[in-house]
Design a protein around this ligand. Structure first.
Ligand code: GTP
Length: 597
């Protein structure tokens, strides 16, 4: 049965189109918070989210809205992350609602993430209300953007709501549209409890907090519940809703969104997408559940100062508490010492974790070049998942190497199209589609993720002067002609610099790396060859010439204390040096070499 007084909705938008500003306006105009509490954007709660203006963790807020029809409605706004790396979090938040507001910046129009996010909402069978934001801007072209929405997405935009989330224009119309144009949830209050585990996080005071959406039945305080997926049973301590402050409640019924706590020890005990039901009277019809996203991008993180290793381990443990999609295992490298090999959902996820480690935990880190996850099919029929190119098994035993591919959607002003097509082509891309969205070109390419993890995004931004938008989704694993390229310094392989590359790109990558290292490694008393090699075959080579004079030579016969000083200085420098056979390589050289491309 429909529950007529509730609406559950989310807001989907491209980054910066005004999702958070609109959410804040909705909270403010329905009185969820005082003026003072509204001073900061509420939904983006993590510092980094605020600074970068992006939303990472899904949040929710319950609004009370007296509508024009004289009835009072409960509106549950589920916030969703705006970035593709968190597609999994997006999909589970969307599964908890019946409709979406599609926010498009009327001065920018449809962008790559607008498309990606609206497709997620359509997949979740959402009713969608288009909302054109920023109509206060002189550059706003609402009619053109309406056309785009109809042409590109195929949604009727004739009655799109026109707003300025910044000035407040049109906010009452948004609230009315939510009530009149989005469907109410359906559910049976007498059926056994069926609730979706939408999200969970660790709270210092309450322990693990679980965000739930009730589909059938009721959730009460003290009820004993079972998680269908893990088969664990808990007694509910506390339930309630977010206004967005946590407010306790005695019961949550069908269609409602709220939280529960139940002395659950770890976030890892809660499986997002799981069905929560009554211990004794279980539902016979659990929700489909979700498959958690697997990390696809890996990199090594090492403390610059070896003494910080334990701090790094602790910090990672803490981050992992609230982010089960981030993984790490210990790694040791001759070049970089002890550290961790870490797995991420994508590049943005990597950047966020790296930034949190250095900012919140004050750690000085070296990150190795990111690589992707490879599936190695062995001759004996077994399969290995490879997270670190340095661990590649003996090539004689390898049948095939498979790498992840993505489907990328890029929207760009026409004048940059040529450069972007060339970039995609250079990165082993296959063009799937080329279309026009108003005055902008929309290109769809299949690309190996391996070619995107280095600097694709930076290159795209620089080619398009920042105007192109980009989004991608992992599609499949495909066999590739991939080889392990090693870098040898004075005939010694340097593990931190080995990488898997496509055979066709190996030579240019190898040459670039050798040239770079030649500049970075100081002269020694002997000649040092730097080579890039595949198997035993050298594909690129540079030589660092021998130093002619001893550094102390100029002090001979001179002041002894000056000579001593010079030697001490050298010694100090040595601490930051790594020894490879007879060669010392400064740590900075690795950092610079790994940043390459
Ligand atoms: P993510 O959290 O990254 O997804 O971004 P967002 O979509 O939440 O964007 P946000 O609400 O942070 O707004 C982005 C920028 O646009 C901010 O600088 C806002 O002040 C500005 N902005 C939002 N709405 C309006 C509007 O109606 N008019 C104008 N002129 N600026 C707006």
């Amino acid at each position: 049965d429909p529950i007529p007084n509730i609406r559950n909705f989310s807001i989907v938008a491209h980054i910066d189109h005004g999702k958070s500003t609109l959410a804040d306006r909705l909270i403010q105009s329905t009185g969820g918070l005082s003026e003072r509490e509204m001073t900061e954007q509420v939904l983006d709660s993590m510092d980094i989210e605020k600074e970068r203006g992006i939303t990472i963790k899904a949040q929710t807020v319950r609004l009370t809205y007296p509508a024009k029809d004289g009835k009072t409605y409960i509106l549950n706004l589920m916030d969703t992350p705006g970035h593709v790396d968190f597609a999994y979090e997006v999909s589970r938040s969307l599964a908890a609602c019946e409709g979406s507001l599609l926010v498009v910046d009327a001065s920018q129009g449809v962008e790559a993430q607008t498309l990606a996010n609206v497709y997620h909402a359509l997949d979740a069978n959402h009713e969608i209300v288009p909302v054109l934001n920023k109509i206060d801007l002189p550059a706003a072209e609402p009619d053109r953007v309406k056309e785009q929405i109809e042409e590109v997405i195929g949604l009727d935009a004739s009655n799109a709501v026109m707003i300025s989330a910044k000035t407040g224009i049109g906010i009452p119309d948004v609230l009315e549209a939510i009530v009149t144009r989005l469907p109410p949830p359906k559910g049976d209050i007498n059926a056994p409890l069926k609730a979706l585990l939408v999200d969970s996080w660790y709270d210092a005071y309450l322990g693990v907090v679980v965000l739930v959406r009730i589909f059938d039945g009721t959730l009460k305080k003290d009820q004993r519940v079972r998680m269908v997926g893990t088969d664990a049973v808990y007694q509910v301590d506390r339930i309630g809703t977010f206004t967005p402050k946590m407010v306790s409640a005695d019961v949550l019924g069908p269609g409602e969104v709220g939280f529960l706590t139940a002395s659950i020890k770890e976030v890892a005990d809660t499986r997002v997408g799981d069905t929560i039901t009554d211990e004794r009277r279980g539902t016979t019809d659990p929700l489909p559940g979700f498959k958690p996203a697997q990390p696809v991008v890996f990199c090594g993180l090492f403390p610059v100062d070896a003494a910080q290793f334990d701090d790094l381990r602790n910090a990672m443990g803490k981050l992992r508490l609230n982010d089960a999609s981030f993984s790490y295992e210990m790694e040791s490298s001759a070049a970089l010492g002890f550290g961790f090999r870490c797995g991420f959902l994508g590049l943005l996820h990597l950047e966020i974790i790296q930034e949190r480690l250095s900012r919140e935990f004050d750690l000085d880190l070296i990150a190795t070049a990111p690589s992707v996850v490879y599936t190695i099919k062995m001759r004996d029929g077994s399969e290995v998942s490879l997270h670190n190119p340095a661990d590649l098994p003996d090539v004689m035993q390898i049948e095939e190497i498979h790498e992840p591919w993505i489907r990328a959607t890029i929207l760009t002003p026409d004048e940059y199209l040529g450069g972007i097509l060339k970039l995609c082509q250079d990165r082993r891309g296959t063009q799937i589609d080329l279309n026009y969205v108003g005055k902008r070109a929309m290109v769809v390419y299949d690309l190996p993720l391996n070619e995107v993890v280095f600097d694709f995004y930076d290159r795209l931004k620089s080619i398009s002067k920042g105007y192109a938008s980009f989004d991608y989704a992992i599609t499949d694993m495909r066999a590739g002609d991939l080889v392990k390229m090693q870098i040898l310094v004075n005939e010694e392989p340097v593990d931190a610099l080995s990488m898997l590359v496509h055979r066709g790109r190996a030579e240019s990558r190898g040459r670039a790396m050798c040239e770079k290292l030649k500049e970075l490694i100081p002269n020694h008393l002997f000649k040092i060859p730097i080579q890039a090699a595949i198997g035993g075959k050298v594909i690129a080579r540079e030589t660092i010439s021998a130093l002619r004079k001893d550094v102390t030579a100029k002090c001979y016969g001179g002041d002894v204390s000056r000579k001593r000083k010079l030697l001490d200085k050298q010694k100090e420098g040595k601490k930051r040096m790594r020894q490879f056979g007879k060669v010392e390589i400064p740590q900075e050289a690795f950092i610079a070499a790994l940043k390459m491309e």
